[in-house]
Each structure stands twice: as structure tokens, then as C-alpha cells.
Design a protein around this ligand. Structure first.
Ligand code: AMP
Length: 135
């Protein structure tokens, strides 16, 4: 698969390293050069320095060819915007975003953007560890 990942920080780099190890073709975009230091020595994909919300940068990443786009910056709004550009302008079918604010999950789904909330996943894990079920 060809996968474009926006954000190469704690989350994006982990995804990039793992997916690259599995043999997927990865391009990772970050606006901070130092973020690419998070990529492992075995990472075999490409990295692009730039703002992942800019159409030209996304074109450079050949986003229109992507099977999957993952928006993993730590800003919910920015991830939403990137996801919309990927879907609406470049026609990418599978777009997933990192979303911290669980109150906004519904808004994201009205835009047909699939979100993954590290906050919700962590809360579920905390509750599991203390043997309680949340709602
Ligand atoms: P982390 O919270 O450690 O997963 O890091 C988030 C990453 O997203 C950082 O490396 C930021 O530099 C990166 N980031 C934030 N805004 C943008 C943007 N507009 N375009 C590309 N990368 C970004």
C-alpha cells in the first residue's frame, strides 16, 4: 500500500516505522526537520519537509495516489482540514485522523472523517486495568 502520513512526531513516526517495516510504501510529511530524527535506521520510505495543510506539499507527497492518508499532528482542527483536503481535493478514500477531543468525535463523523482518539483509547485502558467498565 502507498501511505502518506502527516506529522512525524511521537505518533506519526511510530506508524511510519512500523508500516515501513511491514513493507508498505511510506511518505511522511512534517513541518519540523528535527521530527525526522524519529524515523528508524530501517525506515525505507521518503520524508518531505513542509506544511501538511498546503496543497503543494501534499502534491509533492503524491497524495492523489495514496491508498491511505493518516493525519497525526496534535491539532484536531488541522487534522480535520488535512483530511478534508485529502478527501475532497485529491479523492483519497481512506483517511484517518488523530483526534484528542472526544467531544468532537460526532462533528468529525458528520464530515465523514474517521477519527481515532488516543484520549478515549487511554481511558478505556485505564478502566480496564482497574477492572471497571466505562460508558
Ligand atoms: P507528536 O504530538 O509528537 O506526535 O507530534 C506531532 C507532529 O506533527 C510534530 O512533529 C509537528 O511538527 C507535526 N506537525 C504539526 N503541524 C504540522 C503541519 N501543519 N504539517 C506537518 N506537520 C505538522
Amino acid at each position: 500500500m502507498y501511505i502518506v502520513i502527516i506529522g512525524c512526531g511521537r505518533m506519526g513516526s511510530l506508524l511510519a516505522n512500523r508500516l515501513s517495516k511491514q513493507g508498505e510504501s511510506i511518505v511522511v510529511v512534517d513541518k519540523n526537520e528535527s521530527a525526522f530524527e524519529n524515523l528508524s535506521a530501517e525506515f525505507s520510505g521518503f520524508h518531505i519537509l513542509g506544511d501538511g495543510a498546503e496543497v503543494d506539499v501534499l502534491k509533492q507527497a503524491k497524495i492523489e495516489k495514496a491508498d491511505v492518508v493518516l493525519a497525526t499532528t496534535k491539532e484536531d482542527n488541522l487534522n480535520l482540514m488535512i483530511a478534508q483536503i485529502a478527501k475532497e481535493i485529491f479523492g483519497v478514500h481512506k483517511v484517518l485522523v488523530r483526534l484528542f477531543d472526544t467531544k468532537r468525535e460526532e462533528i468529525f463523523s458528520t464530515f465523514h472523517i474517521e477519527s481515532i482518539s488516543p484520549t478515549r483509547i487511554a481511558v478505556d485502558e485505564f478502566l480496564k486495568k482497574i477492572n471497571l467498565k466505562g460508558s
